[in-house]
Write a new protein. Sequence first.
Length: 319
Amino acid sequence: METGARLEAVLGASGGSMLRVAPRLSARYALGGGMTVSGSLARTYQDAQALTPAGPEAGPIALAGLFWVLPSDSVPALRADLAFLGVERWLGTSTLLSLGTYARHTLGVLSPDPHAGWLHQRPVWRVSKMDARGAEVEVRRLAGAVTASLAYSFTHAELTTDGRPHPAPAGRRHGLDLAASVRPTSGLQLTAAFTAASGAPFTRYTAAAAVCPGSEHTSCGVRVYGRSAGAARGRAYRSLDLRGEWSAEVRRLDLSAWLQLHNVLRRSNRAAYLASSTFCVGERCDPFEEPDPSVTSGGHDRFLPGLPFLPAAGVRIRF
């Protein structure tokens, strides 16, 4: 068993100071028969946090669509309380089974306003709380001519803003990872890795253009309408990677060559959400009309492209 605490003296923006205590406790117990149980409790503080403002992303050229916020009189520091409980069991001499579950409660999370509406009529951020919990199971074969691992995880993460719960961004409920490696000969290693995950939630943003003289839209007025936070969810992710590596020693030289194939399944695996197409363009679109909340089709959503099928090869000579 281990325990401890971190004491922090913080100087406030107005000149005042405060003390923060971050305790921790962890324990591990061997039950016998190759089984152990472990658990931990902790509280942590974080001063700087990244905020992604509401609205469409800038696109593939400007990916830094966030800024860092420091605590002040109006911005609290992040405070997270964490709990973990896990069990490990050896199955034979080289296979390890692991089970774990966790919960995390975080206060002081900065997030965009989750309510639907025009972006120019809302604050830049709201102070929210986040609750996340999950469980995972993993089986690993750690020794032998063939090594492999299988892992599955379930997570649920939710933000609550002004008493309204909504999905946390980038949360994927289900995740599956498979990996295997085999050595047909002493100098050849073949590896395969497969990853699958549920689609991540995102907030759909739709641009509206109005007062467009003629066919030229360079002088159009533009507004952006945000739907409810996290109401849409992207496609599931699937990826298979293969790798082969050959190595040998020739006249005091260590030679190796490898070939790696990314995304063998050739799935699109769309990345971050960018924006959705306009719903009003023309001379008679002024005043701006409130979009129909019942229309939730994602046929015009745009995302950053994912990694395509990509082969890679290399040679290494060491002496």
